[in-house]
Design a protein around this ligand. Structure first.
Ligand code: FES
Length: 118
């Protein structure tokens, strides 16, 4: 069974004017043991794991291209941050998925959901 939107717990991540279009940044969310990277894709916000799922290269601060595409600088994997899907395999043929998290903007603040209500 899939959780509904009203079951997600959202936590403030960054002000909506914190990043320019195409920019990303890794943030720590108070109370959560993980960091998450948020990105401004021409006004749409996405959140995803802050280390490349291939070999853990940090992804924060990398610019998006073609609105939602992110390329890891280490081995070249390219992900669509809107879905987490790998659209270009790494130079050693790896093509795993980038974990993504739901986002929303409330009163000028980008919020990220890292977990479901239990
Ligand atoms: S660490 Fe990102 S593609 Fe290898």
């Amino acid at each position: 069974m899939q959780a509904g939107e009203d079951e997600l717990v959202y936590i403030d991540a960054v002000p909506a004017d914190f990043l320019e279009p195409g920019e990303s940044a890794t943030v720590s969310v108070e109370g959560w043991p993980v960091t998450v990277t948020v990105a401004n894709a021409d006004g749409d916000w996405y959140a995803y794991e802050s280390a490349c799922p291939h070999q853990a290269t940090p992804l924060g601060g990398l610019r998006l291209t073609r609105k939602t595409l992110l390329q890891c600088p280490e081995h070249g994997s390219m992900f669509d941050v809107a879905t987490g899907r790998c659209v270009l395999a790494s130079n050693d043929g790896w093509s795993g998925t980038l974990r993504t998290y739901p986002t929303r903007v409330v009163d000028g603040v980008v919020q990220v959901s890292l977990a479901y209500h239990s």
